[in-house]
Design a protein around this ligand. Structure first.
Ligand SMILES: [Zn+2]
Length: 398
């Protein structure tokens, strides 16, 4: 840890750049105490490691706070210095006794209180969610920043994101999603933006790298981002993904395959209107191909021309699929309150733009054209080519 107090109550914060001689002098004069448990701690001034305080052997407090690596300490120190350089009121290793939580940095910005957690080790999902909820209930805005070492790029625009990564997902005030990461070795923010997931693990993304020195706090909290999803790459990956999981389907996927087989459908003969990317699809772990097929089977396929479709009807089927675990929602503790039904709504709006539905009211749609299921590969290919040629200007707009 980087903060301790002296017997007289003075706080020593190693977030500042002290010279080693100064600290050696302090150490010869003072005794240091852990501000949380009150036990005495040692000031470590080795040449290899970052200067820090450490509990003595056998302390019960140490397990909580000292499994932190040099990388972690260095990261939070840099982030702290970055904040105070911008004159943002910040406290390193702030201990909130009331909630018994200790964010790496607490800072105040635009009248709001933030709890910054720089996370280098993986944390059990339950602990992450509990901590985040406690922050939210106590008027903190949680700001979880992942260590960049956790981001594994598959290709330039595709990255593997686990459930753990998604815990870090936050949103700007304009409703764009991103995952913030930081690398203390390179002094670099690494933002994973424009996340459009097409399977549980894989997503199209955009990487943005911002040097710490040139970035303001606003650039981290409200990054400017566009949407760069490429139409043909999306289509190619979706097809590759479909092929992959039909070869090795999981339990939930078997249920899906069985159901569409019973309805005389085939995963490789899906119409191009099914499996489209929509922004809030990120709230749903199940692939867009699957949840949009369910929406088709549950509602759209049973409608004739001019029939009405209500959002309530769609919502009811959606909830039923969720309760049967045929559609799985993502755990996104920092985005509680966002309704996954928004993804369904965005999809309906796309169908409106594609001329399949018309909107009759806030939550009412009317069937204008049926979605045609291709009967052969050739039909499917033809339909796809025509579809993308005609509609690329309306799809993928953010
Ligand atoms: Zn302690």
């Amino acid at each position: 840890m980087l903060t301790a107090r002296t017997k007289t109550g003075k706080i020593i914060c190693l977030g500042y750049d002290y010279k080693k001689e100064t600290l050696l002098y302090f150490r010869s004069k003072e005794e240091f105490i852990c501000p949380i448990c009150g036990e005495s701690v040692l000031l470590k001034l080795g040449d290899q490691r970052i200067f820090h305080f450490a509990h003595k052997q056998g302390s019960t407090c140490r397990d909580f706070y000292e499994s932190e690596s040099v990388y972690h300490m260095e990261g939070k120190r840099q982030l702290y210095q970055w904040l105070i350089r911008q004159k943002v009121p910040s406290v390193l290793e702030y201990y909130d006794r009331e909630i018994q939580q200790r964010p790496d940095i607490m800072f105040k910005y635009n009248g709001k209180k933030y709890a910054l957690e720089y996370q280098c080790s993986t944390l059990p999902e339950k602990v992450f969610i509990k901590r985040t909820q406690t922050y939210l209930e106590n008027d903190y805005i949680p700001l979880w920043i992942l260590s960049s070492t956790h981001i594994h790029q598959k290709r330039k625009d595709i990255v593997s994101l686990s459930n753990f990564h998604y815990l870090f997902l936050r949103t700007t005030t304009t409703g764009k999603f991103y995952i913030p990461a930081y690398c203390p070795d390179q002094h670099l923010f690494h933002l994973v933006e424009s996340i459009t997931s097409y399977s549980i693990k894989n997503a199209f993304i955009q990487h943005s790298l911002y040097p710490l020195e040139k970035t303001k706090l606003d650039g981290l909290l409200e990054p400017k981002m566009g949407n760069h999803l490429n139409l043909s790459s999306w289509n190619r990956e979706i097809e590759k993904f479909n092929l992959n999981w039909t070869l090795h389907p999981g339990k939930g996927q078997k249920t899906f395959l069985y159901e569409i087989y019973n309805k005389n459908m085939n995963l490789f003969l899906l119409p191009p209107e099914i499996g489209l990317p929509v922004p809030h699809s990120i709230l749903i772990q199940t692939s867009p191909v699957i949840w949009q097929t369910y929406l088709f089977l549950d509602v759209l396929a049973n409608k004739n021309l001019d029939d009405l479709i209500t959002l309530q009807e769609i919502n009811m089927h959606f909830k039923k699929r969720i309760s049967r675990k045929e559609i799985v929602l993502r755990k996104l503790p920092q985005l509680e309150g966002l309704n996954p039904l928004r993804a369904e709504m965005e999809y309906l709006m796309q169908l409106v733009q594609l001329g399949i539905l018309t909107r009759k009211g806030e939550t009412i749609f009317q069937m204008r054209r049926k979605i045609i299921i291709p009967k052969s590969n050739r039909e499917r290919e033809e339909a796809k080519l025509l579809f993308y040629k005609k509609n690329s200007h309306i799809l993928f707009k953010s």
